[in-house]
Design a protein around this ligand. Structure first.
Ligand code: GTP
Ligand code: MG
Length: 300
């Protein structure tokens, strides 16, 4: 007597790719159920490959958030970001192309061309559907998208509202290879505290500086120390010109204080413990065009 075969266990890497600002990082966080990747209204926020692991019945998905693919100029940082995204795409078992409804722009075309060139199986996640009213307006848009590539599936979602995100997660899981889990239960990311703290600071800096944000700004955690039950963090904020220092610091240091306060609260929440942040603004001339400086700051 044979019982019906249980569904096979599936596991693999699913890369979230797309042009900047379509909501890849918001989606990663929603899919995993934890804030792992920073989110801001500005394009080109994500600079690194960020792993987020989700366990569902009969599958484990290793999601990979990537920098937004974009037409690059001459800057070393832009080239490195595109390289990171392309490598994650090439290495993935499955690619999730993220677009924002109801748009299709040159950047989307560029991302799709990358997927086609790498011959990757792809699922299309159509994000930000909360902004499309009435919902019927989506239908001709989805039909036009379906004609662009042999997508395994097209799933409309709102990462922001977590609308249909569980459906997307199940669809991705169903298309992964049969394999035992690749990561231990309880593992959520491969990024350690220093990286995540630096990113939390960079998120708050980006939100605070908004239109005044210098292109070349990076955060590096120099030291983590235990002291009286608190986590003591020394971090440097790197700008690439002397003239940017006062912009970041603000009048009487008010701006930097606000950034420090917001980042400390985010880190407390993220690590579930009290932290004390010391922030220093430092100049490293043209770091965003300097391959060695990029590597030192963890941009591969
Ligand atoms: N209305 C709406 N906004 C969203 C949704 N998802 C993301 N956003 C917003 O879109 C902006 C960009 O989101 P991110 O998640 O940083 O986008 P990204 O694709 O990771 O951007 P890069 O890292 O720069 O490539 C933020 O302001 C988000 O709040 C959504 O489902 N609905
Ligand atoms: Mg991002």
């Amino acid at each position: 007597m044979s019982s019906p075969a249980a569904a096979p266990f599936r596991s693999g890497f699913a890369a979230l790719v797309g042009r900047p600002n379509v909501g890849k990082s918001t989606l990663l966080n929603a899919l995993v159920g934890e804030k792992l990747s920073i989110v801001t209204p500005r394009p080109q926020t994500t600079r690194h490959r960020i792993l987020g692991i989700a366990n569902v019945p009969a599958a484990q998905i290793a999601f990979v958030d990537t920098p937004g693919l974009h037409r690059e100029g001459t800057r070393a940082l832009n080239k490195a970001m595109n390289r990171t995204a392309a490598a994650a795409l090439d290495d993935a078992d499955l690619v999730v192309l993220v677009v924002e409804a109801p748009k299709w722009e040159a950047g989307d075309e560029l991302a799709l061309a990358r997927i086609a060139r790498a011959h990757r199986p792809a699922i299309l996640a159509v994000n930000k559907i909360d902004r499309v009213r009435p919902r019927e307006r989506l239908l001709p848009y989805l039909a036009a998208l379906a004609a662009r590539y042999e997508f395994l599936a097209i799933v409309p979602v709102s990462a922001l509202k977590s609308d249909n995100v569980a459906d997307l997660r199940d669809t991705i899981a169903a298309h992964l290879p049969e394999s035992p889990a690749l990561f231990a239960a309880g593992e959520v990311t491969d990024r350690g505290a220093s990286f995540r703290i630096a990113e939390a600071i960079r998120e708050k800096l980006t939100l605070e500086l908004n239109q005044e944000l210098p292109y070349g700004i990076a955060v590096e955690v120099e030291q983590l120390q235990e002291q009286d039950g608190q986590l003591l963090v020394d971090a440097s904020i790197w700008v690439d010109r002397e003239g940017q220092k006062p912009i970041v610091i603000g009048a009487r240091g008010e701006r930097l204080k606000r950034v420090g306060r917001a980042a400390r609260l985010a880190v407390n929440e993220m690590l579930g413990r009290r932290t004390h942040l010391n922030l220093w603004v430092k100049v490293r001339e043209n770091w965003a065009d300097n391959a060695r400086a990029l590597r030192q700051l963890g941009v591969e």
